[in-house]
Write a protein that binds this ligand. Sequence first.
Ligand SMILES: *Cc1c(COP(=O)(O)O)cnc(C)c1O
Length: 468
Amino acid sequence: MHQQLADDLANIESLLEVVKLQGLDYLGQLSQRPTIAATVEQTHNLSDEGIGTLRALELFNSQFEPVIISSSGPRYLGFVTGGSTPAAIAGDWLASIYDQNTQATNGQGDNSAIIEKATINLLLELFGLPKTFLGGFVTGATMSNFTCLATARQWAGKCQGRNISQSGISQNLHVLSANAHSSILKSMSMLGIGSANILKVGTEEGNRESIDLMDLENKVKLLKEQPFILVSSAGTVNTVDFDNFKAIAALKSKYSFWWHIDAAFGAFATCSPYYRHLLDGWENADSITIDCHKWLNVPYENAVFFIKTYHQDLQVETFQNSNAPYLGSLTDQFSYLNFLPENSRRLKALPVWFSLMAYGKKGFRAIVENSVDMARRLGEFIFLSEQFALLAPVRLNNVCFTLKNDKNQELVSVFLEQLNGTGKVFMTPTFYNGKKGIRASFVNWRTSVHDLEIITTTMISIARSINN
Ligand SMILES: *Cc1c(COP(=O)(O)O)cnc(C)c1O
């Protein structure tokens, strides 16, 4: 064995202890640590002998540790960024240590797919979804959207008597949506559907981002019974609007289409009795995308897809790993190899399993309701302020706003740059209803009223300094 490997192995206990202490130090400082950092350049070349883990840690600490930002902290409101609960960290550490390769449940190789399927069932319970969905873990909502659309594409081909996974796309395939997330278009590109083949449906009146059902039905009629995929939103990223799932479910009995719901973070509305109604009817979808590294607060990279079990033949046709025909039933021959894009995968289910076991339904209800409370408070502050204006009502956990004096649109970017430059809070830019805007998304389990005070105080002082 190479000397550095042998030394590290002999010292593994003290090595992990050092890492543990560094991790605890980081977590203890999370709230004070900046939400932004300068970039650095890598200056070291690959050595012949290596320097061992302890010295690599020292090198890392002098070079890269200072640029690690508190993106898992309470005031990082950019994109839709969750943190990591203690249980999630425990599960994630063990997933690294166990280093299983999640594939099968049939005793051939490791059995971590058993844990994955058990965790999927817990998630179905959390979201109140029926067991008629088969779920699996992928790296993020992008790959979950990809997996669902890939199976949908296979379905559309079958409707036209074609096997697209074998013969490729040779005719236009229509995708309809009002406000599809960018990852849907990316998935369409990757799948050969072509991102330009999205048919944009109008949105409901009254500052909404949800799909206009009349316009949808008109567009559907124009397709003259060609198969199509409907991508609907459970939580748009600007204003967290939800499509009307009961009405879409009713359309399913009139027309034949694949119904996909991108519920990357909106799915978690089901955790609270106050917001559960937003998802009424979603169980009728063919496929659903949900991110765990957002509102479930587990480390990146973690998301699930849910696809109806009656579509499993299509799913296997799409993801089958070999030319050998798919054999046997789900229960005794099941292998994730044939159901999703990756072959080898880490045990992503473990941090989720630990989180669900540790905090239960009420724990996630509390996280969701706290996030919504924080968003509403920020919304109220903006509504009452002289410097800021809401671009849309606060529907759930995101606040979409701009400067009240919006004649000079450039000031919005200046304000955001200076706000993020303080390192006390991080928000991301957007463009909404023809105006430059800013989004603050609340999903981190730690965010408190105290953080909101820091955020609003900083917002006011920056707005004053740019003379708004
Ligand atoms: C975040 C998000 C995605 C993409 O998710 P990744 O985890 O970044 O791949 C897709 N759809 C919606 C609605 C999202 O919020």
